[in-house]
Design a protein around this ligand. Structure first.
Ligand code: ADP
Ligand code: MG
Length: 274
């Protein structure tokens, strides 16, 4: 991939009020009675409709960073410090019931294995229409019609007839589409996608990236996109945070990172891009 191909979509200038602001995030785990820092001094912002990538090798602390932002780590064995500002509030100091509302309304999450986010006991259609009913004053019939419209939008073939199917009947790529449909239904301010395409074939990977871009263009959603793959970063991210061994070693516009990335680890990542 050449640097000319790097993603150059027009977005809100960075001086606009950020949707998310992560300040000096530090996460430690209690291991054998001692606190061990795993993520140290991570700071970045995401502007409206902007995509920021966190890139780094396996074990560099990407998932711990996203789980810390959403406070999804085991509270008795983890300690999260710093500030995570979203909508004028510091998520790290919100009471848990408020935090649950943030997870339900303001932020959508997609993980590598979408089965962890879909309830196996409910049909795909019911899960999406439930999300619509929670966010709008629509009737049940209208929510069903809207669900089919969204499933068609994420290009699930024969969407109407798949409404009543359970998640296990969908392939990995189809489940990620369902997760994006879910995000379209709830219209979150922020989508956090942690390696959503890693387990997928390259062609399906491209289709999922297209859908995330569509979500962004149509809804103005901001995206935090986590990946170990610099090729994916070039395709999707306006700005990029490079993580190495729990630290943020480089941050900047994706094009600048590709042209002028300085840190030896960034250079190593770039040299692996075909
Ligand atoms: P990445 O997503 O970049 O592959 P992770 O964020 O999952 O990396 O992990 C970063 C580091 O934190 C790894 O060394 C991992 O073993 C460690 N880690 C993750 N979760 C826990 C936990 N619950 N307790 C202790 N260590 C953890
Ligand atoms: Mg991870």
């Amino acid at each position: 991939m050449t640097t000319q191909q790097a993603h150059t979509r027009q977005t809100t200038p960075p001086e606009a009020q950020p949707v998310l602001s992560v300040e000096a995030l530090r996460t430690s785990f209690r291991v054998d009675g001692a606190w061990k820092p795993v993520v140290r001094d991570i700071s970045f912002t995401i502007a409206p409709a902007e995509t920021v990538a966190i890139v780094g090798e396996s074990g560099s602390g990407k998932s711990v960073t996203s789980l810390s932002i959403m406070r999804l780590l085991q509270p008795d064995t983890s300690r999260i410090e710093g500030r995570v500002m979203l909508g004028g509030r510091d998520l790290l100091s919100l009471p848990e019931p408020e935090m649950r509302k943030v997870r339900g309304n303001d932020v959508a999450m997609i993980f590598q294995e979408p089965m962890t986010s879909l309830n196996p006991l409910f049909t795909i259609g019911d899960q999406i229409s439930e999300a619509i009913l929670c966010h709008t004053a629509m009737s049940k019939a209208d929510a069903r019609a809207e669900t089919v419209r969204i499933l068609e939008k994420v290009r699930i073939p024969s969407a109407a007839s798949r409404f009543d199917e359970y998640p296990h009947r969908f392939s990995g790529g189809m489940r990620q589409r369902v997760m994006i449909a879910m995000a379209l239904a709830t219209k979150p301010k922020l989508l956090i996608a942690d390696e959503p395409t890693t387990a997928l074939d390259v062609t399906i990977q491209g289709q999922i990236l297209d859908l995330i871009r569509m979500l962004q263009d149509e809804e103005g959603t901001s995206v935090l996109f986590i990946t170990h793959d610099m090729g994916v970063v070039a395709e999707i991210a306006d700005r990029t945070v490079v993580m190495y061994r729990g630290e943020q070693v480089e941050t900047g516009r994706t094009t600048d990172i590709f042209h002028r990335g300085q840190h030896p680890y960034t250079r190593a990542l770039l040299s692996a891009v075909p």
